[in-house]
Design a protein around this ligand. Structure first.
Ligand SMILES: [Zn+2]
Length: 177
């Protein structure tokens, strides 16, 4: 595990952090490190959340960004809300089902407390990372602009960064080959 400052120092390309709306602590850290960031609801980087090809190109072409970093955080109020919400509100039903299915698939147990939740959030982010990489490949962003997409999880309690790898936490998915 590394601190946020150490992590920022390892970046050798112009990078853009995509940070969940309620992760204020990281936004403060990033602005003091002089790093670029934008917000995304629950770190969901998908076309239906406004992150389409035009969005990527705007940062790649206009800002020279070559590394996009998806950020999850362990004190995410949005994910915690989705996991306990009993409404069937269509606005976030799909997102809610996604995290609940993941919780079932990977065996999340409330009784195990924080550790289990952090593991679940890591799986969640690994899934988002896989989806964004697939989208980027399908739209030739990777091949045309040589961009790189990665993900991290931030632990707010001690301000450290954990790198998330899609392959290390998700079952091998045929679509990745
Ligand atoms: Zn959050």
């Amino acid at each position: 595990m590394t601190t946020i400052e150490q992590y920022c120092n390892t970046l050798d390309q112009k990078s853009l952090f995509i940070v969940c709306n309620d992760c204020n602590i990281l936004m403060n850290e990033l602005s003091s490190c002089n790093c670029m960031y934008v917000n995304a609801f629950a770190s969901i980087v998908s076309p239906d959340n406004g992150f389409d090809v035009a969005w990527f190109k705007q940062f790649i072409v206009d800002q020279g960004i070559r590394h996009f970093i998806l950020v999850s955080h362990y004190d995410c109020k949005i994910l915690k809300f989705l996991m306990t919400d009993l409404s069937e509100n269509p606005e976030w039903l799909e997102r809610k089902n996604e995290i609940l299915e993941l919780a079932e698939e990977f065996g999340y147990f409330k009784s195990e407390g924080e550790r289990s939740m952090h593991r679940l959030f890591d799986h969640y982010m690994a899934l988002q990372l896989q989806k964004v990489r697939e989208y980027s490949r399908k739209n030739h962003l990777e091949s045309d602009y040589k961009i790189y997409i990665s993900a991290i999880a931030v632990d707010e309690r001690n301000l450290t960064v954990n790198e998330i790898r899609e392959m290390s936490v998700l079952p091998i998915n045929e679509s990745l080959n």
